[in-house]
Design a protein around this ligand. Structure first.
Ligand SMILES: N[C@@H](CCC(=O)N[C@@H](CS)C(=O)NCC(=O)O)C(=O)O
Length: 95
C-alpha cells in the first residue's frame, strides 16, 4: 500500500470531492488526514514543498499532488489497481 496523506480542511468543497472519492472506493481509512487549520505547521510544510497554500493536497509516498479532480482520478485508478492485483502486489505490476 502507498502512504497517503491528505492535507485539507473540512469546510473546503474541493476537499469534499477528494473525501467522496475516498469513501466510494473504500480507501477512507487508508489515509492520514491533516487539517491545515488545526495544524498550521502542516500549511507551512505545504507551502515549503509546493509553493502553494491551497488544499486539497495529497502526498502519495511523500510526493505532493494538487487539484481535487486529479487527486480523485488518481484515487479511482489506485483503488482499481489494488482490486486487480491485491493490496501487496501493486508495486510489482509491470514486472
Ligand atoms: N483548483 C483547486 C482549488 C483549491 C482551492 O481553491 N482550495 C481553497 C479552499 S476551498 C484553498 O485552499 N484556499 C486557500 C488559499 O488559496 O490559500 C482544486 O480543485 O483543488
Amino acid at each position: 500500500m502507498k502512504k497517503l496523506e491528505l492535507y485539507y480542511f473540512p469546510q473546503c468543497p474541493y476537499c469534499q470531492i477528494v473525501m467522496s472519492a475516498l469513501r466510494v472506493t473504500g480507501l477512507e481509512n487508508s489515509v492520514e488526514y491533516y487539517d491545515i487549520h488545526d495544524e498550521p505547521q502542516r500549511k507551512e510544510k505545504l507551502i515549503k514543498d509546493t509553493g502553494r497554500s491551497t488544499v486539497p493536497c495529497m502526498y502519495i509516498d511523500g510526493k505532493p499532488m494538487h487539484e481535487s479532480k486529479d487527486i480523485a482520478a488518481w484515487i479511482h485508478d489506485y483503488a482499481k489497481s489494488i482490486q486487480d492485483t491485491g493490496p501487496n502486489k501493486e508495486e510489482s505490476r509491470g514486472n
